[in-house]
Design a protein around this ligand. Structure first.
Ligand code: PMP
Length: 410
C-alpha cells in the first residue's frame, strides 16, 4: 500500500541506523535480474549445476527423517547444531588434519551467516580488517554492515601476496598504531579470482598471524570441489589457535539446504553461539537431520565425485572457448577447482560499461569492480562455468569474445 495524499510518510532515511545507511544492495543480485532476461546466457551467478543435484537420495533420506525423526526434525534444535552432524563434521575435519573436538565446531545457516556472525562478534565501527584484492563480495557486504575499514592485499596466481601482507601489517601496527581485527582469505579456488593459495604462502600466512597476533578467517566453500592437482592443507590444520574456518554444504551438496559450519577456538565458538541465538536461534533442524543421514549413508562422496568430473569438463570447455574466441590481450586464470574463471582485460576496457553492451549481445558476467573493497579496478570480469550448459558456455564465450575483439579494435 502506498502513502495516501493526506498521510505524511515516514522519512525512513532518518530512522535508519548509521550502519544501515552505508548498506548497498548486492550488485550481483541486481545484475542477475538483468541476466535473467529471455535469451541471455548467464555466466554471472555462482550457482551449482542443478542437473546434478542428488534429488533421489535427498528424497530417500527426507522420507526416512520424517518417518522416524519427524518430531525432532520439525522442532527447534540447540544453537550449536545437531550433535550427530557436528560429530561427523569433526571427523571430516580431523581427516583433513585439523586437530579439533566437538567444542571447536558450530553449525551455521550456511557460510553467509558465518560471515555475518564473525563480523558481529569482532568488528566495531571503524575497525580495520585485511581482505584480499579482489575479495568475495558477500564478505565485503557482511563486514561493511558493521562499518569496517578495509585494507586490501593484492593476490596473484599463488593467492594472497604474503610479502605485501607483512609490509602492510608492520605499517599498520608499528607506524599507524592500528591493530587489524583479522585477515580474511578464500584460500581455495578463490571467488572471484579462481586462484589457490600456495603451500609456502599458507605456512607464511599462519606464521604472520602468530607473529603479529592477528587472527585469520579462512573461508573455504570450494576446497572439496578440486578436480585437478594435489589438495593443500587447510589453514586450520596448520594452526588451530589462530585460524577460524568457515565451511558450507552449498557447493558440495546444495545451497538450498542453507547449512554450513564454523571451526575455531572453543572460546570463539561460544561467543558465536550467543550471537547466533540472537540471529536465528538455530539452523533448520530438518535440513540438519537430512544432511546427517545423507552423510551417514555415504551419499556425499559419490555425488562430489560426479560434480568434480562434470565441473572439470565445463572448466575445460570454457578455457578452450576463451582461447579460441577471446583476443589474446585478455588474460585469464585456470582454476584447479571451484566455479569461477577471472578474466583481466586491457586497462582501456571498463567492464562496467561493457556489461550493458554484453546484455545487448545476450551474454552476462559479473563486473569485476564489485569485488574490490575500494572499487578501484575496472577492467576485470568473473565468469561462472558450473551453471551454464556446454552449449551455453561455448556460445556465451563466443559472444563475449566478439564483443571484446570489437572493443580492442580487432
Ligand atoms: N564465501 C564464499 C567465498 C562464497 O563464494 C560464498 C557463496 N557464493 C559464500 C561464502 C556463502 O555461501 P553460503 O552462504 O551459501 O554457504
Amino acid at each position: 500500500m502506498g502513502v495516501s495524499p493526506n498521510e505524511i510518510g515516514i522519512e525512513w532515511e532518518k530512522v535508519y541506523a548509521e550502519r544501515a545507511k552505508g548498506m548497498r544492495a548486492s550488485e550481483i543480485r541486481e545484475l542477475l535480474k538483468v541476466a535473467k532476461q529471455p535469451g541471455v546466457i548467464s555466466l554471472a551467478g555462482g550457482f551449482p549445476d542443478p542437473t546434478l543435484f542428488p534429488v533421489n537420495e535427498i528424497k530417500e533420506v527426507t522420507d526416512f527423517v520424517l518417518l522416524n525423526e519427524g518430531s525432532d526434525a520439525l522442532q527447534y534444535g540447540v544453537t550449536e547444531g545437531l550433535k550427530q552432524l557436528r560429530e561427523i563434521l569433526v571427523e571430516r575435519m580431523r581427516k583433513e588434519g585439523a586437530d579439533i573436538g566437538l567444542d571447536n565446531l558450530i553449525i551455521t545457516t550456511a557460510s553467509q551467516q558465518g560471515l555475518d556472525l564473525i563480523a558481529k562478534i569482532f568488528i566495531n565501527p571503524k575497525d580495520t580488517i585485511i581482505v584480499e584484492s579482489p575479495s568475495y563480495l558477500g564478505a565485503l557486504q557482511a563486514f561493511n554492515a558493521f562499518e569496517a575499514e578495509f585494507v586490501d592485499i593484492r593476490i596473484n596466481k599463488d593467492g594472497m601476496d604474503t610479502d605485501i601482507l607483512e609490509d602492510t601489517l608492520k605499517d599498520l601496527i608499528f607506524k599507524k598504531r592500528i591493530k587489524p581485527k583479522f585477515i580474511y582469505t578464500v584460500p581455495n579456488f578463490h571467488n572471484p579470482a579462481g586462484v589457490t593459495l600456495s603451500l609456502e604462502r599458507r605456512k607464511r600466512l599462519v606464521e604472520l598471524s602468530e607473529k603479529y597476533q592477528v587472527p585469520i578467517i579462512e573461508d573455504d566453500p570450494y576446497g572439496e570441489v578440486r578436480f585437478e592437482g594435489e589438495a593443500l592443507p587447510p589453514l586450520i590444520s596448520l594452526d588451530r589457535s589462530h585460524v577460524i574456518t568457515l565451511r558450507t554444504f552449498s557447493k558440495i551438496l546444495s545451497p538450498g539446504l542453507r547449512l554450513g559450519w564454523i571451526v575455531g577456538d572453543p572460546e570463539v565458538v561460544r561467543k558465536i553461539v550467543i550471537a547466533k541465538q540472537a540471529a536465528d536461534l538455530c539452523s533448520p533442524s530438518i535440513t540438519q537431520n537430512i544432511v546427517y543421514h545423507f552423510l551417514k549413508k555415504g551419499y556425499l562422496e559419490p555425488y562430489l565425485e560426479k560434480v568434480r568430473v562434470e565441473y572439470k569438463k565445463k572448466r575445460d570447455l570454457m578455457i578452450e572457448s576463451m582461447e579460441k574466441y577471446f583476443p589474446e590481450e585478455v588474460k585469464f586464470t585456470k582454476p584447479e577447482g571451484g566455479l569461477f574463471i577471472w578474466a583481466s582485460c586491457p586497462k582501456s576496457i571498463n567492464t562496467e560499461e561493457l556489461f550493458f553492451e554484453a546484455i545487448q549481445e545476450k551474454v552476462a558476467y559479473v563486473i569485476g569492480a564489485s569485488f574490490y573493497a575500494h572499487r578501484d579496478i575496472h577492467n576485470c570480469m568473473r565468469l561462472n562455468f558450473s551453471l551454464p550448459s556446454h552449449e551455453q558456455i561455448e556460445e556465451g564465450i563466443k559472444r563475449l569474445g566478439n564483443l571484446l575483439k570489437k572493443k580492442i579494435g580487432k
